[in-house]
Design a protein around this ligand. Structure first.
Ligand code: NAD
Length: 297
């Protein structure tokens, strides 16, 4: 029987585990606050931002939000960020990507106060992560690690193949999994768009993590018997549904499941974990800034 790893359940445990810490911080006058900044009116980004706001409200984190018009000069966004960097009620914030083309996203990442960088994208935080001293683990890679842990999947000594080398998923995840740590100690192969013989690399892995943004790229023929499959991908494909599309992962679920010992679904796998780990980072940021130690789940 293949185990279906339930991301909603694991995420819900983590959110529940944050509530005590949030109350401790609130009692000390430092209720955690998370701000989202949205530049432009991309409908998918609007949905993501409102989900993050709702997640905050549900666990007792104070949500803040700033809209910046799509056509505003970059300085308007930077000044908004400077204000958030100074605002003591905001312990963490993020600028929803993508930003409009006339804004340099690298500059946006550099402008965030690294202590409030709950996405974990600032170069200082990337450097700390690579050095084995992460301040904030980026949300999706951390969520993947927590899913593996919850499913009792040992990473130590495991051969892991990651499909995708992005700044937000593949690269940080590879760095986390090779750390000398209980949830690391893996041997990692990172594949990307120029990799040759992808199937050879995925088939030999004990754990396959797909984060390529290509619908159903990884099928059952690419999965070794008994491997664990984590599907990070979320892709909208045209479908005869009310919304006109459906969400599919980077893994062809049914054929991969036939070979896997455990697999995450899309939706309901990595997605809810990413959201939970953003709340986790916000609580961690508040604890650090208020200098109030709390126990994190
Ligand atoms: P990206 O486009 O930044 O990076 C994709 C990576 O995949 C690149 O490194 C590219 O080299 C590699 N790639 C592309 N085609 C490939 C191929 N045919 N073979 C091998 N490698 C290939 O994407 P991203 O931001 O890392 O996101 C990847 C996917 O994960 C997307 O579907 C995205 O929506 C999803 N995602 C989900 C969550 C979540 O919370 N569930 C979070 C972040 C991203």
């Amino acid at each position: 029987m293949t185990e279906i790893i339930d991301g909603n359940a694991v995420a819900s445990d983590i959110r529940a585990g944050l509530e005590d810490a949030i109350e401790t911080l609130a009692d000390a006058g430092a209720r955690p606050g998370l701000a989202t900044v949205l530049m432009g009116d991309d409908p998918a980004s609007e949905t993501y931002v409102s989900m993050k706001q709702r997640d905050c409200e549900e666990v007792g984190i104070e949500p803040h939000h700033v809209d910046v018009p799509a056509t505003a000069p970059p300085i308007d966004l930077y000044e908004t960020m400077d204000e958030l960097n100074e605002n003591p009620d905001v312990h963490g914030y993020l600028v929803q990507s993508p930003v409009p083309d006339h804004v340099d996203y690298r500059e946006v990442i550099r402008r965030v106060d690294p202590r409030k960088d709950v996405d974990g994208f600032h170069p200082e935080n990337v450097g700390r992560l690579v050095a084995g001293d992460a301040r904030f683990r980026p949300c999706t890679p951390h969520g993947v690690q927590r899913l593996l842990e919850a499913a009792d999947v040992e990473t130590e000594g495991a051969d892991v193949t990651i499909v995708g080398r992005s700044r937000i998923v593949g690269k940080p995840l590879a760095n986390l999994l090779i750390q000398k740590a209980d949830d690391g100690n893996a041997t990692v192969t990172v594949c990307h768009s120029r990799t040759e013989d992808l199937a050879v690399k995925t088939r030999r892995a004990d754990i396959v993590i797909a984060a390529a943004g290509v619908p159903e790229l990884v099928d059952g023929s690419m999965i070794g018997d008994g491997a664990v499959v984590i599907d990070v991908g979320v892709n909208r494909v045209d479908a005869d549904t009310e919304r006109g599309y459906e969400l599919v992962g980077d893994v062809e679920f049914e054929s991969a499941k036939a070979h896997a010992s455990a697999i995450t679904p899309v939706p309901g796998g990595v997605g809810p974990m990413t959201r939970a780990m953003l709340l986790y980072n916000t609580v961690k940021a508040a604890s650090q800034q208020a200098d109030v130690p709390v126990e994190l789940p």
